[in-house]
Design a protein around this ligand. Structure first.
Ligand code: FAD
Length: 412
């Protein structure tokens, strides 16, 4: 057992872990990050939102990310049976960056972690947390080391940024089911060989399956002639399909005429992966000397690419509060962390619900749109889901339902 008491122990070196670690270390704190994998490692979640640039900058990580040559992203394009709904983030209602990047996460996450390490953060790879004790004054974690032995680490505060590993929710029995049905996603990277000059590589393309409005595809271009391609559908849609091969994914993709044409010369050179039942919820995001960040807390759905933004927002909030707490301020974590974080999460939740019940599609594919309302919706798509000046943050479900009803009543 190490006798050292760190200011903060962080589980996981994904975006949430690295952003929190960098902010704390730059604030003069002693941080230990314990990461199960060896970086670089594959991770899904490649289309960022402009809002997250603020947190990358706050953590001092922007120069390294800017220098990495990632694909710029300035908007989102939705398509269903030849009807486009497009958003340029420059239209957004909220102030803040209107551009971001589309990134291979293996590269992106390694840059964030390496930079945090350069600031002085101690990151230990191939260190897996298997047990915790948050009942003590200083929380402790039991960690499996690369040689198979175990070591106990102690910190004054524990941040769980373990993503889908969900260490604290599992060990503290905090998990509860999501309101969303269980869905499956299959995805891979391809050499896209797209020759269509109209195709805009600066945007994520979301296409809706021609027959099933709840089934959708993403196409996320990278800067090296490759794309991330994926399909999302309720598990039952996969029942009669092979889910193990890239041929199965390309069969799905070929059911969408636009993608079929666009990717006619693509080289499917990487194995497909799949993930099922990723939407999860928790009873609480904080407790005695701990907080859950990013996906370790809650994951909604990939449709609006909100995952990394929520992860970074939670990291920025928790690290900021922790610095204040270390300076002697009394922090009420439920009031100061959980509640304000959930404002934005709940905004995205309303948008995800509206996507799958068809209302959001009725809105974005409606051809006569109010410029003011477009700006407000665009802001959410750009990740500004915590801007309470935006009426679509203040009351998202009621506004989306009313707007969808208007669009339906007034045809296309
Ligand atoms: P992660 O990035 O998952 O990092 C967690 C880290 O913790 C990992 O490195 C892991 O190895 C480590 N860890 C886990 N368990 C342990 C343990 N026991 N001990 C030590 N370390 C551990 N988001 C977007 O923003 N844009 C998208 O386009 C997008 N697309 C998505 C598509 C799909 C199909 C899915 C399922 C999700 C998508 N997401 C997207 C969400 C995105 O993947 C996550 O929200 C994001 O990666 C969360 O970041 P994080 O730092 O919380 O966790």
């Amino acid at each position: 057992m190490s006798n050292k008491v760190y200011d903060a122990l962080i589980i996981g070196a994904g975006p949430a872990g690295s952003i929190a670690a960098a902010i704390l270390q730059r604030g003069g704190r002693d941080v230990l990050v314990l990461e199960r994998e060896c970086f670089p490692r594959f991770s899904i979640g490649e289309s960022l939102l402009p809002q997250c640039m603020q947190y990358i900058e706050e953590a001092g990580l922007l120069p390294a990310i800017e220098a990495a040559g990632f694909q710029r992203k300035d908007g989102a394009l939705f398509l269903h049976q030849g009807t486009y709904g497009g958003f340029e983030f420059s239209e957004q209602f909220s102030t803040g960056s209107s551009e971001t990047f589309q990134v291979k996460r293996a590269v992106f996450d390694k840059i964030l972690a390496d930079e945090a390490e350069r600031f002085g953060v101690d990151i230990r790879y191939r260190h897996e947390i298997s047990a915790i004790d948050v009942t003590q004054e200083n929380p402790q974690v039991v960690c499996k080391l690369p040689d198979g032995s175990t070591e106990i680490f102690t910190g004054r505060f524990l941040l769980d940024a373990s993503g889908f590993g969900r260490v604290l929710p599992r060990l503290l029995h905090l998990e509860c089911p999501s309101d969303f049905p269980s869905r499956t996603s299959m995805f891979t990277h391809i050499e896209d060989n797209i020759s269509d000059v109209q195709y805009d590589r600066n945007k994520i393309l979301i296409t809706v399956h021609p027959q099933h409005r709840d089934v959708w595809f993403w196409l996320i271009p990278f800067s090296d002639g490759r794309c991330s391609i994926g399909v999302v559908a309720e598990n039952t849609h996969f029942d009669s399909r092979d889910t193990r091969s890239e041929a199965a994914l390309s069969d799905w993709v070929n059911e969408d005429p636009t993608l079929k044409t666009l990717l006619a010369h693509a080289n499917w050179d990487m194995a497909a992966r799949q993930i099922t039942g990723y939407s999860v919820n928790v009873k609480q995001l904080t407790g005695h000397n701990y907080a859950l960040l990013g996906n370790a807390g809650e994951f909604l759905d990939p449709i609006f690419s909100s995952g990394v933004t929520i992860a970074m927002r939670s990291a920025s909030m928790a690290a900021g509060l922790l610095l204040r707490q270390f300076n002697g301020e009394r922090i009420d974590w439920e009031r100061d962390y959980q509640k304000p974080l959930l404002t934005g999460v709940d905004t995205f939740r309303a948008f995800v619900t509206a996507w799958y019940d068809g209302s959001f599609q009725d809105i974005i594919f409606h051809q006569q749109q109010s410029a003011d309302i477009r700006k407000m919706i665009c802001s959410i798509l750009a990740g500004y889901a915590w801007d309470t000046a935006n009426p679509y943050v203040e009351n998202p479900s009621r506004r989306l339902n009313a707007l969808a009803a208007y669009c339906r009543a007034n045809g296309t």
